[in-house]
Design a protein around this ligand. Sequence first.
Ligand code: ZN
Length: 233
Amino acid sequence: MQPFLDNAKRYIRELAEETAQANDLDLSYCVIEYRDHPPQDRSFVVKNRGFGDDKQLQSDLDALRAEGGGDDPEAMYDAVIEAAVLTYRPGADRIALLVADSPPHNPCLCGLNPLKVIDACAKANVILNACSIAGSKITESAMRELTDALGGYTTTVQSAKAAVEYTSDTFLKTAGDVGRARAYYSAAVSLGVSDDFAGATAVAAKLGWDEKTAAESAIYLRRRGTMAPAKKK
Ligand SMILES: [Zn+2]
């Protein structure tokens, strides 16, 4: 993980600024660090550094060092479920990005398992993407189990540099999704159509989008759990 952290520290702030500006978004970041349960690791299991702006993101990343964890599997589920209990701003889109090079304990030493993590995150409307850095098939499939259920994707990359590029792409793609969903929602409201698939054709025509883009935004809105009042009365 250390080469990834070194690269991330160098580029993350620039990336965060670019993402926010390109999509006119007000972003908050929260770094969640995890290791493992005793006796594998006696330092900490999860360290949640709280939400802050891009300056705090940079200083939180600067404080990270890849160490500890004991054996190969780590307390990944403890970290992901933390995303379900954060205090978000009202109406905020909740996007989590998991980056790891080791698989989770399954079940975890504390009893957490994928179903419990998925259930908690789905109820909290957390969208999860994941990146495995040269991880095993076990790591990748454990990540995919979570991201398939939580509206995101899992990617495996082979280098720290590729992981930072992936992080960048995911930031930008996610910001684009949020921006388009917002436009979709406004258009659906102004047209007096439903903001789910039923309105996709009308919204696509109004915004000059192709129908696939419109349908993807409808899916995003549905996952986000903020379907608007459907039809005009
Ligand atoms: Zn655990």
